[in-house]
Design a protein around this ligand. Structure first.
Ligand code: KG4
Ligand code: ZN
Length: 331
């Protein structure tokens, strides 16, 4: 049985996990930087990188201590090597390289998107390839046909903002603070999703791509109008995002002739209850199983990187010590 140490540092969470390939989590340590970035209303890359430097060493030590193992017991060291804020990615990847060199263990450079894409297989041991994945995070909004470890076909992406970005910008417009997604979801619970007329960009178009910039501008106009409550705007915005995600996912299923094992969602926005419920309804309507990781596994964490490392390690996929950190790295 392989034991993998995973390190995540591509945005504003420093996370370290020790995961066995039988899906046992021996340790998971996570330091969020939310308080550092809140005064700025968004993640400040330079502050993030410095906070990762401070956090990562102690988190590795704490994870090993919690699991009661030493580096010698670990089979491979996995770290996010991109895409993400490059200063933070460098911190995690260089830490992993140092540990791998010192302990003479293989390095596994994980694409952060692959971490999200494979996390549902950590949550559900029965989830087989190929599955249709809606990957919705702060930086990405994609539909991927996940054919196997390292085999990803991108069917659609956003032509402007990511879904999580739209949630964050809406939160800012509504004065709901940072991070935006959970705050908008909480406000939406007290609002009427039909109160504010908002557009559904690209709904009904043949290609299953996404667009959220127009929706954000419409939210800004609704705020300026001064006639709607914050809760109604939040609820109407969330409903518009859900409608777009469902329409585009349904279109992708059509182009695939439903020929997948399951409909799967991952990434930070997959933590949203309205998104999960509507996707599950779509899956049921198409006769497909629906798989969504538990909420803690949707937002950035160390377990998904360790797990992707375990999946790659099982395929013999390891990386040399001169592997580059990449700010951009399409799957
Ligand atoms: O996957 P993630 O943790 O980081 C990236 O790789 O981007 O996703 C973060 C994004 C943020 O935009 C955040 O606002 C959004 O996921 N998010 C949510 C919820 N929780 C997090 N969006 C909507 N509803 C939520 N409950
Ligand atoms: Zn992420």
């Amino acid at each position: 049985m392989a034991l993998i140490l995973g390190i995540e540092s591509s945005c504003d969470e420093t996370a370290v996990a020790l995961v066995r390939d039988d899906r046992t989590v021996l340790a998971h340590k996570l330091a969020t930087q939310e308080a550092h970035h809140r005064p700025f209303g968004g993640v400040v890359p330079e502050i993030a990188a410095r906070a990762h430097v401070e956090a990562v060493g102690p988190l590795v030590e704490a994870a090993l201590a919690e699991a009661g193992v030493s580096l010698a017991d670990v089979d491979a060291i996995a770290a996010t090597a991109g895409p993400g804020l490059i200063g933070g990615v460098l911190v995690g990847l260089m830490t992993a390289k140092g540990l791998a060199y010192a302990a003479d263990k293989p390095l596994i450079a994980v694409n952060h998107l692959e971490g999200h894409a494979l996390s549902p297989r950590f949550a559900d041991a029965d989830l087989a390839f190929p599955y249709l994945l809606l990957l919705v995070s702060g930086g990405h909004c994609q539909l991927l046909l996940v054919g196997g470890v390292g085999h990803y076909r991108r069917l659609a992406t956003t032509i402007d903002d990511a879904a999580g970005e739209a949630f964050d910008k809406t939160a800012k417009l509504l004065g709901l603070g940072f991070p935006g997604g959970p705050a908008v979801e909480a406000a939406a619970r007290a609002g009427n999703p039909k109160a504010v007329p908002l557009p559904r960009p690209l709904k009904g178009s043949r290609e299953p791509h996404f667009s959220f910039a127009g929706l954000k501008s419409a939210v800004a106009r609704a705020v300026e109008a001064g006639i709607y409550t914050r809760e109604d705007i939040a609820a109407s915005f969330q409903q518009a995002v859900v409608d777009c995600l469902i329409d585009r996912t349904a279109r992708a299923l059509e182009t695939l002739d439903n020929d997948v094992t399951a409909l799967v969602v991952a990434g930070g926005v997959a933590a949203n209850g309205a998104v999960r419920i509507s996707l599950e309804e779509l899956a049921i309507a198409r006769g497909l199983p629906f798989v969504a990781p538990p909420l803690w596994l949707c937002t950035d964490n160390g377990v998904m990187i360790a797990w992707a490392g375990a999946e790659r390690f099982a395929q013999g996929l390891t990386d040399p010590l001169d592997t580059m950190a990449r700010a951009r790295w399409p799957l």
